[in-house]
Design a protein around this ligand. Structure first.
Ligand code: ADP
Ligand code: MG
Ligand code: MG
Length: 511
């Protein structure tokens, strides 16, 4: 293993120093909504029957050190990534050629595509689409430990329910607060000075994106009050992350509501012109016109336990509300798309990013990814995946979101053996990104865990564009970088999900 890049960081704390840091951290986080609902394994439902309790979200004690060059590059290319994925979502024919390879082997993707086909047949009545994206990266170290050999490599690109924008803004403020109250030793405080600690404005910026869609929708033709609808899972432990966006929207004068996905058919209906009408159960005599549907649910097959949920997704897609994301934008986030874009010497990237300089910056963030189909590259990748020695350098991914779906390293050959060969093309094989070793401490449910960690940088992007066949088709109304997220996990864990209990929210101290 490569030597520790920054052996002095984070510093050792005396028990008194750690106590001071923790008590400030715990109080500040609850006072500022850097919180989650407790897991039932931590607080059994019987101890909190009305769901009133909250606890500090898993966070790092210290901001993690992060190479400035990599951080700045990630933020700088976000608008190019927004352009890329909005262009993919507009190019239905291109998307179809890729999705068709998945339809027979992945029912979930197949059903999503069917919804698009059904709505297209009838005709879409909304040509604006909103993307609240998040491009995730790790720093890759080329085995030698000098800073010049570090580069940013993309883990994945999220087009639906990109979470933690609300909490990320809070954790960078928390670390800044801990610095101000002297909770960090002098040496750490010196490292954090000189603009090293990066605040994230992701919560505000994502809300700004939703507000832009809300405004672009226009006024109600029926004099109804307008609203944004957050389509959510229930129960949702990560509710405060979403609430931060709701509160920011309200500050800007935009009303929003939370609609549990399974309640869609009860609480919404379509007018004759497919205006989406929402009637809150708490205000049965008031009908709101929905300008924007923001999905924080609907990305996992588990969200569709009954046919009703599929009908619900169809109803929302048919509606005149702006979708964040549309079905096509959701599908553009398939890992298969990422693999196709990363194919060496392929014409695909150029198709969507005609400027060579922009395309080559994006290209340099791709890690090697292979198909597992019957193409030449696919057959070679199958060989790598079946051999435990070579498989140890890879991760196998299905077309799924939300964490917990991947198969890592030596588990890959056995897993593939258990699958019929005809379903192998539903997966992609990706080289593991190997970040340089770092240390930090994570507080989870009040307990401190110290040791080697791996960080994953997420960069948010907002894009609002027009598709369809009208004269303004292709118009991009909004395209901006929208802040960052750093998630940090123990280096023994393959997965990094904060909500899934593996990682913590963190902020970047640039070095
Ligand atoms: P999901 O959409 O479920 O979040 P990801 O592709 O982000 O799927 O994979 C989940 C986690 O697996 C990531 O957060 C990261 O910790 C780990 N991971 C995924 N791909 C790689 C990779 N190429 N190298 C190292 N770790 C990876
Ligand atoms: Mg994802
Ligand atoms: Mg991910």
């Amino acid at each position: 293993m490569a030597p520790q890049l920054y052996p002095e960081y984070p510093p050792e704390l005396s028990p008194e120093e750690e106590q001071y840091l923790l008590s400030n951290l715990k109080d500040w986080s609850i006072a500022h909504g850097l919180a989650v609902r407790p897991a039932p394994s931590f607080v059994p439902t019987s101890h909190d029957p009305s769901g009133a309790l909250a606890t500090t979200a898993p966070v790092t004690l210290f901001p993690s050190l992060f190479p400035r060059k990599c951080f700045e590059e990630g933020l700088a290319i976000q608008t190019a990534y927004n352009e890329l994925y909005s262009a993919i979502a507009r190019d239905e024919q291109w998307l179809q050629t890729i999705v068709e390879e998945l339809i027979g082997v992945d029912d979930f993707v197949g059903r999503l595509w069917q919804i698009h086909v059904q709505v297209k047949l009838e005709g879409y009545v909304q040509d604006l689409s909103l993307g609240l994206f998040r491009s995730d990266y790790m720093v890759h170290s080329d085995s030698s430990a000098s800073t010049s050999s570090l580069g940013l490599k993309q883990v994945e690109f999220n087009t639906i329910a990109s979470s933690f924008g609300g909490l990320s803004s809070q954790v960078s403020k928390l670390h800044n607060y801990l610095l101000k109250v002297g909770a960090y030793p002098v040496s750490t405080a010196a490292t954090l000075q000189k603009d090293a600690l990066q605040l994230s404005y992701s919560g505000f910026n994502l809300a700004k994106g939703l507000a832009a869609a809300h405004t672009a929708y226009g006024s109600s033709q029926t004099e109804r009050p307008l609203c944004v609808l957050f389509v959510v899972q229930e129960p949702e432990r990560n509710v405060f992350d979403q609430r931060h966006l709701e509160y920011a929207l309200l500050t800007g004068g935009v009303r929003s509501f939370r609609l549990p996905f399974h309640r869609t058919l009860q609480d919404t209906k379509l007018d004759m012109d497919r205006t989406l009408v929402y009637i809150p159960p708490s205000m049965p005599s008031t009908a709101f016109e929905v300008t924007t549907v923001y999905f924080r649910a609907g990305y996992s097959p588990d969200d569709y336990p009954r046919e009703e949920e599929w009908k619900a997704r169809l109803q929302l897609e048919r509606s005149r509300a702006i979708k964040c994301p549309s079905i096509l934008t959701h599908l553009a986030g398939c890992k298969k798309i990422q693999q196709v874009l990363a194919t060496p010497h392929s014409p695909h990237l150029k198709r969507f990013l005609p400027d060579d300089a922009v395309a080559s910056r994006v290209l340099s963030t791709f890690a090697p990814i292979y198909p597992l189909d019957e193409s030449q590259a696919g057959l070679e990748a199958r060989k790598l995946a079946k051999d435990p020695h070579t498989a140890a350098r890879y991760v196998l991914k299905p077309q799924r979101e939300g964490g917990g779906n991947n198969i890592y390293r030596k588990s890959i050959p056995g897993f593939l053996e258990s699958l019929p060969v005809k379903s192998w093309p539903a997966y992609i094989l990706m080289e593991m990104i190997e970040p340089p070793p770092l240390q930090n401490a994570i507080v989870r449910n009040g307990e401190v865990q110290k040791g080697g960690v791996i960080g994953e940088l997420g960069v948010y992007g907002v894009c609002l564009w027009r598709s369809g066949s009208g004269e303004n088709s292709g118009e991009v109304l909004q395209n901006f970088e929208a802040g960052y997220l750093l998630r940090t996990k123990g280096d023994q864990s393959e997965e990094g999900g904060v909500a899934a209990g593996f990682g913590a929210v963190d902020s970047c101290c640039l070095v």
